[in-house]
Design a protein around this ligand. Structure first.
Ligand code: FES
Ligand code: FE2
Length: 450
């Protein structure tokens, strides 16, 4: 280092504070997308403190049904007990730590450890310890139940958990963003249910690339998914093509969560492309008229609940000769190491829909957003490129920052909609990355928290 240069405080805390500062100019450090030190902090300050999606109640309808899921990288068992209560149990034996449940899914009344056979009921209580008389006469078994996530809450059938016992309620955490989630999940009395098993697959990309994209990266559709538009597999109205009667909206500053919407002009009824026999069952119910109007005119809604739960609601074609079918996909961008993630994807449809329609919705979802989905494959290709750039020596030596300035004040006439009836700040434009900036501000705030 030259003598006249001041040493830079390069502690991780100082770097994070500089990243927070850079965001004011719409810049995000490449390091955020692939760095072991940053990743370790994400697991502790984000995934151990924020509400994360575990699963949907319709996946475990019967006592004893279970799935193994993760919070951060930690394994948990999502299980319905004999008492019908849903719990999220830490998948680690209280004896000496062996993983208790080694199958991904099933139905069981008990979990027995494969090491020394300590046995737990499906509510996590320890009920069997071999050689008890010979080796553990004084053992107070009530003190050795499986650990569990201290906070579990259900919203519209979706189960979220939080490892922080002092976290705000899920409702407070969602805040005003609930207004937008209700439009997706609360349209019928019975709500939505999961169709089939979730898809999951490994991608060499950072979890934030998926989460930020679903906050409203409308600008990529015309490029990344251009071939789908050209051959007619994607609806031009949903892609922001010029000359359509559909328009884009970005809503951000909504308690750290964000949504992107394309909707038709007033008077056009679309309901995300569901057929009439499905959407005629939608009722305003608990929704306000502005909420229901958003549903009525909806082409596509996609959003992210910080940190890694996203949804997309729209219609896709299974192939060119078949009509598009509406469906709802929810997904988790599961961190699996620096620059690595596992994507989990559930396809849902209104519970009242016929089995035939659910099959159509599943096939539409699978052909667009799944490991073999045409949209998905386009997206993950570019996201893995970001993770590679982020880990490059060049990016490190040159302190490379990525540009998130689209639509910022100074870059565009950034005037929010004055009469927007919903919460958050709404921008009537496709040409903006405001939702992505919302996500990264929330990320930086969480990472810099004490
Ligand atoms: S580690 Fe589970 S019984 Fe010993
Ligand atoms: Fe995409």
């Amino acid at each position: 280092m030259a003598k006249d240069l001041k040493p830079v405080d390069d502690s991780i805390q100082a770097r994070l504070l500089r990243m927070q500062e850079d965001l004011k100019n719409g810049l995000v450090s490449a390091k955020a997308f692939n760095d072991p030190e940053i990743y370790a902090i994400e697991l502790r300050k984000i995934f151990a403190r924020c509400w994360v999606f575990i699963g949907h109640v319709s996946e475990i309808p019967n006592p004893g049904d279970y799935y193994v899921r993760r919070i951060g990288e930690d394994p948990f068992i999502f299980v319905r007990g004999e008492d019908n209560e849903i719990r999220v149990l830490f998948n680690s034996c209280r004896h000496r730590g062996s993983v208790i449940c080694r199958t991904d899914a099933g139905n069981t009344s008990h979990f027995r450890c494969p090491y020394h056979a300590w046995t737990y009921k499906n509510d996590g209580s320890l009920i069997g310890v071999p050689s008890r008389q010979a080796g553990y006469q004084e053992l107070d078994m009530s003190q050795w139940n499986l650990f569990r996530a201290p906070r579990v809450e259900t919203y519209c059938g979706m189960v979220f958990a939080n490892l922080d016992p002092d976290a705000p309620t899920f409702s407070d955490y969602l805040g005003a963003f609930k207004w937008y989630l209700d439009i997706q999940f609360n349209l019928t009395d019975a709500g939505v249910e999961v169709i089939g098993e979730p898809h999951r697959w490994w991608v060499e990309a950072d979890w934030k690339s998926g989460a930020e994209n679903f906050c409203g990266d409308s600008a990529h559709t015309q490029m990344t998914h251009r071939s789908l538009l050209q051959i007619g597999l994607a609806d031009k109205a949903g892609a922001g093509s010029p000359g359509q009667e559909a328009h884009g909206l970005h809503i951000n500053e909504c308690d750290g969560h964000a949504i992107s919407i394309r909707w038709y002009n007033p008077g056009i009824e679309n309901f995300w492309g569901y057929p009439k026999e499905i959407y005629s069952e939608f009722r305003p119910g608990p929704l306000s008229e502005p909420q229901f109007d958003l549903a009525r005119r909806a082409v596509v809604h996609d959003g992210t609940v910080f940190p890694n739960f996203s949804f997309i609601h729209f219609a896709a074609k299974e192939d060119l000769d078949k009509p598009a079918a509406g469906f709802l996909s929810v997904r988790v961008w599961q961190p699996r190491g620096p620059g690595q993630m596992e994507i989990w994807n559930w396809i849902l449809a209104p519970k009242e829909a016929s089995d035939e329609y659910k099959e159509r919705a599943y096939r539409a979802g699978m052909s667009s957003f799944s490991p073999s989905g045409h949209f998905e494959q386009d997206d993950v290709t570019v996201w893995s490129g970001i993770a590679r750039s982020a880990s490059s020596v060049y990016a490190e030596l040159n302190n490379v920052k990525f540009n998130y300035q689209m639509g910022m004040p100074g870059m565009a006439p950034a005037v929010p909609l004055a009469d927007w009836p919903g919460p958050g700040t709404a921008w009537a434009s496709n040409a903006g990355e405001s939702g992505l900036r919302t996500f990264h501000r929330r990320w930086a705030q969480q990472m810099c928290s004490s």
